[in-house]
Design a protein around this ligand. Structure first.
Ligand SMILES: *Cc1c(COP(=O)(O)O)cnc(C)c1O
Length: 467
């Protein structure tokens, strides 16, 4: 399998290449050259497989020659052994129609573990083969940072520098990052910065030739194709349990950077019968406006109780626009250049029509979110759900559905990760699972740096081991 850039000018790479590269050199994102399609009997034959085995089968065509089949199976087995539930991503029933797909049984209690636990192993594997090393730099509003740090701590040939906006992540999220003792982990709290400011510094590092001359930089956010590939698996896992390919399932996905729901789109392109993919947003609703009216225009970011969805520019939306725009890299590059300049574009008729055939979108405000949390708690046998999941559930419940179609909301974080917001809505304060240990009893370790690029850059150049 080869991967091409959405902007049409970067060289095509194999799976190992796109995993280590992250962003394409023309500023675009890598997508598979063609979607592998599974026939109905091939999908039916996947029923009943253990999660790690299913993962290896779904990933096989995407990985191609980059990993031998036995090696891929060994890596998925190792990654998913770290999950606290035998099913890895179990389903829970709420009522006759609505279900939750619990994606938070990994080490850091959010769905990002599903992909990052595997990505850490893939990095290590591909770097060892090239006898190379990788300096991972990332910015986080919380969940990506803790999941990436857990996945990369102690891995050979890798150092990770994770920037978070000082004082703007939850206490659980902060201690999950800063109490990890591995010497290859470096946390940076950037003072006076928002997530977008920290993200902009990371982008500058990737474009800084003095940095890239000394370090091979790697990316752990969802611009990295390997993350999306790993997320395709749980759409299959859930749908197979409801009787796919004979029966259709709908999914509602709490959405920020459009990575998780794009994995659902990939599953549909691979032949999984999906009734609809619901893009659930909070008041940061650029994707809802884009999918309902074709208006993709950046607004102000508003901080909410679901911080992982407080995003205006959803990087992975570019992958959808490319696929629905006849895969014309030159046209997409021109469209994205207009977007970067004007901060606003209209979707073409083909893009909007193609999106409407599969996607629906719903915007939830703070009241909608709190009432969805209360509904799950009061009506559904004391099911505590986190604010992100609540936005997905609100969206799922506010649409009308054909008879007999199960609607699965992706439960993207454990409620204890956002226990203050859950307690405000329901009166119930969820407790952290015993397996995360006594997070608050450990010593925290991080650098506090002023919010300017020069300080962050100097710190990384002084601390990181060069190539
Ligand atoms: C990252 C995250 C999301 C958003 O996922 P995207 O792939 O960025 O759309 C939703 N919920 C939680 C809890 C997250 O951590």
């Amino acid at each position: 399998m080869r991967y091409v850039s959405t902007r049409g000018r970067a060289p095509a790479l194999d799976f190992a290449g796109v995993t280590l590269a992250g962003l394409a050199s023309d500023g675009g994102l890598y997508v598979p050259e063609a979607w592998p399609v599974l026939a109905r009997d091939e999908i039916a034959a996947l029923r009943g497989l253990p999660y790690a085995e299913l993962a290896a089968r779904i990933m096989r065509p995407f990985v191609g020659e980059s990993l031998a089949p036995g090696r891929l199976r060994a890596l998925t087995a190792q990654a998913y052994a770290r999950f606290a539930h035998a099913a890895v991503t179990p389903l829970t029933q709420l009522d006759e129609r609505h279900w939750l797909l619990e994606l938070f049984h990994g080490p850091t209690l959010a769905f990002k573990d599903v992909a990052l636990q595997l990505l850490g192993l893939l990095f290590e594997e591909f770097l060892a083969r090239e006898n190379s090393r990788l300096t991972v730099v990332g910015a986080t509003s919380g969940d990506t940072g803790s999941a990436a740090i857990d996945a990369l701590a102690g891995r050979e040939g890798i150092e990770i520098f994770m920037l978070h906006p000082a004082g703007r992540v939850s206490d659980v999220q902060r201690v999950q990052m800063t109490t990890v003792r591995a010497p290859n982990v470096h946390n940076i709290a950037v003072e006076g910065a928002s997530f977008d400011d920290a993200q902009a510094m990371v982008k500058r590092l990737f474009a800084d030739s003095q940095v890239t001359a000394r370090h091979r930089l790697g990316a752990v956010n969802s611009i990295n194709w390997a993350r999306l590939m790993a997320q395709v698996v749980y759409y299959f896992a859930a749908a197979l349990q409801f009787g796919a390919p004979e029966k259709k399932v709908a999914f509602s996905v709490p959405t920020g950077n459009f990575g998780d729901v794009f994995a659902g789109y990939a599953a549909a392109r691979m032949g999984l019968p999906i009734e609809r993919l619901v893009v659930a947003t909070n008041v940061n609703d650029i994707l809802h406006r884009a999918l309902s009216e074709g208006d993709y225009s950046v607004g102000e970011v508003t901080a909410t109780a679901a911080p992982s969805m407080d995003i205006q520019i959803s990087s992975n939306f570019e992958r959808l626009l490319f696929d629905l725009g006849n895969r014309d890299g030159a046209a997409l590059a021109a469209q994205m250049a207009r977007f970067e300049k004007a901060r606003a574009i209209r979707l073409t008729a083909a893009q909007l029509g193609g999106a409407r055939a599969l996607f629906a979108s719903v915007r939830a405000d703070a009241g909608d979110m709190a009432s969805a949390m209360r509904w799950a708690w009061e009506q559904c046998g004391c099911e505590a759900i986190d604010p992100h999941t609540a936005i997905g559930l609100h969206a799922a419940r506010s649409l009308t559905w054909p008879d007999g179609v199960p609607v699965v909301t992706l439960a993207t974080a454990h409620p204890a990760k956002f226990r203050d917001a859950v307690e405000r809505a329901t009166g119930f304060r969820p407790t952290l699972p015993a397996r995360v240990g006594d997070l608050f009893g450990r010593e925290e370790r991080y650098a506090r740096l002023p919010g300017d690029y020069a300080a962050v850059r100097a710190y990384i150049l002084e601390t990181a081991t060069p190539l």
